[in-house]
Structures are given as C-alpha cells and as structure tokens.
Design a protein around this ligand. Structure first.
Ligand code: GLU
Length: 292
C-alpha cells in the first residue's frame, strides 16, 4: 500500500495565526500517526498580494512550532504553465466561457435586481452568484470581443459540466482525526454557480491550482479547515472533468477568536510571530489550541 501524502498549503499574503498553527499541527500529527509524508505548498498565485516576507514568516513560524516538511517546497507561482494546461483542456471541452462583465458590473446588476424585490441567490460563503449573462453570448460575439482585446475571466459552465457527467459526485470525508471512519459527502458545485477559473491578472484560481497541485504532488489526504468544506464540491467536479485522482478529506474545526468569530490575518493578537515575541512557547500555543 502506498504511503498517505498530506499537505499544508498556506497563502503568503499575511502572517500565520493560531488557525494556521492548528491546521499545520493536525496535518503533522495525522501524517505521523499514519506513517505518511507531509508536504508544504506555498499558494502564491496572487502575486500582487503575496510577499517574500510573508513566505519567510511561514517557514519561520512552522519551524518554531516543530513542523517539518519535505523539500523542495512547491510554490504555485512557479507553475502557471500547469494550470494553463488544465484550463486548456476545459476550453477544448467547451466547459468554460469568457465572462466579460466586470466585478463592479456584476455587483450593480445584482443590486438593481434586489432593489426590484428579487432576492438574488448566494453561494455558501454568502456571495451573490454570478448572473451568467455571458454564458449565453453567441460564439461569434464572444470571438469578436476576445479579438477586440476586451478583458474577461474564464468561468466554469457548471451546469454543462455536471450534465456532461450525468451523475452525482461524492468525496470521502474522514469523521475524525483517527481516520478510521469516513462518510461519503455529495459534491454540490452547483451551489457556487459559474466559478471563475482564471482571470487576466491572476491567470488561474484557487480551485484550479489546488486540484492540479494535489494531483501533481500525489496528495491523498487533504486536512484543512471547515471553511473549505463546501468548496470541496467545486474541486471534486474539476478533478472529475480533468481526470485527476481524488484525495480523502478531513475538514477540521475552526479556531475562533475571543469574540467567537473566525480568525483573520488582521487579528494581531493571534499571529504566531506576535505570540512568539510576547514570550509564548510552542507548548503554550498547543495548549491554547487544546492539543497540548
Ligand atoms: N491556501 C488556502 C488558504 O490559505 C488553503 C487551501 C487548501 O488547503 O486547500 O486558506
């Protein structure tokens, strides 16, 4: 039997906080428990917001916590060609379309509809779904606008993709850290509408690069926060469309702040570097996370 492969995949656009520490330590513990490997991946596709300083902070904070990972570390910004190749497959299969409406236009159109009393559907994160206007543009009109250099994003035609498969997709979700039991969860990519897979400024997207990388790196166990549970539906669909292997998932509890809300990169008091500078030890951090 092959050895399970885990990964911790932070984005270097802020400092790591207690939530990241929990996720990284859980990956480490689950990998150790199962005799698996642990990889680190730097998710820096957003090269505007990702910085070398934050990336170095990730290495420093993880090393301080006692997390060890295999090298070389995969940095997504060095692999745009891999994501472009995956996108090309979807373009060839006619499962994505160029969407010309800007984010501002989308927002205005939805606001106008809601002013007329129609509640527009939201995705699981509470963001209004893309209205899908560009999905029905005539091919000649599309070609004309692309040729004219109009900016656009590639969006997944989720309904077409699902009907091309003609069946419901599932993923295996571990029910606990011991990984002794799992359940099948129905993937519901339709809840997210036509997600963006690539933009002009960032020529890929979180969903596309994550499924490509998990496959390229042979990741078989994805351990991450519950905030990404619903998003797994989109990723499961992409895996199927691209013929990629499907890892098993464990979406762990989220570490919340004193106010009960999810931690964000702007909460200074839960940043690992700040806690270290305030004199806390890795043991103190683990105790605070309830894993000491
Ligand atoms: N890069 C993502 C984040 O920082 C995590 C992606 C994942 O684990 O799939 O939230």
């Amino acid at each position: 039997m092959s050895v399970p492969v885990f990964r911790f995949a932070p984005s270097p656009n802020g400092e790591l906080h207690l939530g990241h520490a929990f996720s990284a330590l859980l990956n480490l513990a689950m990998a150790a428990e199962s005799g698996g490997r642990l990889l680190l991946r730097i998710e820096d596709i957003d090269i505007e917001r990702s910085t070398k300083r934050f990336e170095e902070g990730i290495y420093r904070d993880l090393a301080w916590l006692g997390v060890r990972w295999e090298t070389p570390v995969r940095r997504q910004s060095e692999h745009f060609a891999d994501y472009a190749a995956a996108l090309d497959e979807l373009i060839r299969d006619d499962l994505v379309y160029p969407a010309f409406m800007s984010r501002g236009e989308v927002r205005d159109q939805i606001a106008a509809m809601e002013r007329r009393g129609r509640r527009w559907p939201r995705d699981p994160d509470g963001v209004p779904l893309y209205p899908g206007v560009d999905r029905t543009l005539a091919p000649s009109e599309r070609r004309r606008r692309v040729a004219a250099g109009e900016p656009f994003a590639w969006r997944l035609d989720t309904a077409a993709a699902l009907s091309s498969l003609g069946r419901t997709l599932y993923w295996s979700e571990f029910t606990g850290e011991a990984m002794t039991a799992s359940m099948e969860i129905e993937a519901r990519p339709q809840d997210w509408g036509d997600v963006v897979l690539a933009r002009r400024d960032v020529p890929t997207s979180y969903h596309l690069s994550v499924v490509v990388d998990d496959a390229v790196q042979g990741v078989s166990r994805v351990v991450r926060g519950r905030d990404l549970h619903a998003a797994t539906g989109v990723q499961r669909l992409l895996q199927e469309l691209l013929g990629l292997p499907v890892p098993a998932y464990f979406h762990h509890r989220l570490i919340v702040g004193a106010d009960g809300r999810k931690l964000s990169k702007s909460f200074r008091d839960t940043g690992l570097a700040a806690l270290r500078e305030a004199g806390l030890t890795p043991g103190d951090v683990k105790r605070r996370l309830g894993i000491g």
